[in-house]
Write a protein that binds this ligand. Structure first.
Ligand SMILES: C[S@@+](CC[C@H](N)C(=O)[O-])C[C@H]1O[C@@H](n2cnc3c(N)ncnc32)[C@H](O)[C@@H]1O
Length: 355
């Protein structure tokens, strides 16, 4: 793709650009809020942008398409990989030769995925492909490795019914005829490699993708700090590890070797997040607002069915910035599969705090 010129990019051009983003079906992703968020970022202006909880990486990519210099952060490694692939790459690095190598015969005899996830996820052929693809990806470096891994991660996420790794074994009852569920992972990979190549564009700025806990990030002064933390529900946790553990393991070939063998889906241990639980979310959010008080503007996404509420957020943001505006966007969440889907109306808040 050709690079948009920073500061002359219209919102519509940036949104059209971001519409090409290779989408992960991801809990809390902001694809649908792109027009509202782009308007806010455009009104605030500036040069530097932190996406402090990047998830699918989409918002950072939108900011890049608007001409910002982007730093993207998530505490999950797959989040760093997919943001790095889409945001930090200026060129389509996955050449035909690399794609052919990754989809060709294995470079070594590794079989961790075949052994560990037999009867849990994917077909036998798909598991062989994942091990074999990794035997080549392990030999790549830097941006090229992240792009190849991102294509592999997106392939696994698209093939898994509902995109979550809480369900395993015989998942034929989820088969609604969708092509994604039937396409072999090798073919998914070829398609998604092309999609990641398509996301690459330059613009002369250097962007960063970090894996880290937001509470431990450096307090660099950004023009805009965008925070889209897990929405702590009134009960339970907003647990990303439980849903996406396979993608996390796939992002570094389970380097820490920390599979919980007694779990049905062969999970990795839960990554604690102070933002994910109602008992700790308020303190974590307050500390984050204070940490980034030096930014020109803080933009926070939150939902009306989460804890803490609207009044608390407005008060706490008002302690670090003199003006706090709240924009409300009605939003429908669905839970469950087609037949049993429950739809719940909630309001998505966008808090804009500045001096
Ligand atoms: C609501 S999602 C972000 C969605 C993202 N804006 C998008 O459009 O895809 C929240 C993200 O916060 C991450 N997260 C949870 N706790 C974190 C922490 N302590 N530090 C950094 N990231 C964290 C999760 O891994 C998850 O990806």
């Amino acid at each position: 793709m050709t690079a948009p010129a920073p500061s002359t990019v219209s919102i519509n051009a940036a949104l059209a650009h971001a519409a090409h983003y290779p989408r992960l079906r991801y809990m809390g992703s902001k694809y649908k809020l792109a027009p509202q968020l782009a308007s806010v970022f455009d009104e605030l202006g500036g040069d530097t942008f932190l996406d402090a909880f990047s998830g699918s990486g989409f918002v950072g990519y939108l900011a890049k398409a608007m001409g910002f210099q982007v730093t993207s952060n998530d505490y999950m490694n797959y989040g760093r990989v997919i943001a790095s692939a889409a945001i930090c790459s200026n060129d389509p690095l996955l050449t035909r030769e690399i794609i052919e190598r990754i989809t060709g015969p294995a470079a070594d005899d590794r079989d961790f995925i075949q052994r560990t996830f037999d009867g849990v996820f994917f077909t036998a052929d798909d598991r062989v492909f994942l091990d074999s693809a990794w035997s080549h990806i392990a030999q790549l470096e830097g941006q090229t490795k992240d792009m190849a891994l991102a294509a592999l991660i997106l392939s696994a996420a698209r093939k898994q019914p509902r995109g979550v790794f809480t369900i395993s074994g015989d998942l034929s009852h989820y088969d609604d005829g969708r092509r994604d569920l039937r396409t072999p992972l090798r073919e998914h990979f070829v398609e998604h490699a092309a999609k990641y190549n398509d996301t690459a564009f330059g613009g002369g700025l250097e962007h960063r993708a970090i894996k880290g806990d937001t509470l431990s990030l450096e307090e660099t002064e950004y023009d805009i700090v965008y925070m889209d933390p897990p929405y702590a529900p009134p009960t339970d946790d907003a647990d990303y590890t439980k849903r996406y553990h396979f993608l996390e393991g796939l992002s570094d070939y389970w380097a820490a070797g920390e599979i919980m063998q007694n779990t049905k889906t062969k999970k990795i241990p839960k990554r604690h997040s102070a933002f994910a639980n109602k008992l700790t979310a308020s303190d974590a959010l307050r500390a984050t607002f204070q940490k980034f008080a030096g930014a020109r503007a803080l933009v926070v996404s939150y939902s009306s069915n989460s804890v803490p509420g609207l009044e608390w957020m407005t008060t706490e943001l008002g302690k670090v910035k003199s003006s706090v505006e709240v924009r409300e966007v009605p939003h429908t969440y669905s839970f469950g599969t087609h037949g049993t889907a429950i739809r719940r109306q909630a309001t998505e808040y966008i808090f804009i705090a500045k001096d």
